[in-house]
Design a protein around this ligand. Sequence first.
Ligand SMILES: [Zn+2]
Length: 244
Amino acid sequence: MFIGLSTGCLYKNKGPISKDAINDISSTGCNAIELCAASKDRIYQLDSISNSDLKAFDYVSLHAPDDVIFDGSTNAKMVLDEILKQHERLDFDLVVIHGHNVVSRNVLKNYNLPFAIENHDTHFGKNVAEMELVFKNFDGNMVLDVLHSYIAGKSSAELTKSMNDEFKNRIVQIHLSGLGVHDDSQQHYPIYITRQLDILNSIPKNIPVIIESVLPKYDSIDKVLAELKNEYSYVKSYLLNGMK
Ligand SMILES: [Zn+2]
């Protein structure tokens, strides 16, 4: 079972696309990682990462930028060309894109990349009907973000259940975090602190899980590493015990 962390967990403490962030994730002992290139500039920072930096992981995914609309524009093509170039070096198992960033029927199909489309909490793709429209546009795999569906479902796991019922043949990865509010209103929070068991219980079984819980800014690296480990250990123990 793949259980890992997104480098985006660290964005308040260090650059998410860095060897440093990868080493921190690796220190937890997890077997999966998501490189969080949430903005376009981070795609180019991938040049600083090599295959050997990722050797501790059996599963590596990439979160595509959220500030790019994947239409037929030159800008979209440049970013996709760059993602393809990085994929040829780093061999991603998955490239995650938010549903509202996918607007062209054909643009993704021109790229031989392992795309999966993620549901959102506020943008388009926040409910079953909207995700059905997304898949009309791009008939492919899905990442189910169980925090997004929890928020869009008004702090209930009902929508997560509906999403899973509807799209279980497409879902290839889970994004997980707790619901809490940071000082910049970011809502992905460590679930070992927030303890929303209904979110944990809503996770479909035997699908790779990437933890996207953002850590608050801490003064020491020791605290960052300890909190990262706390979050990973809590989730891993919950998921593995729940599957016995
Ligand atoms: Zn997510």
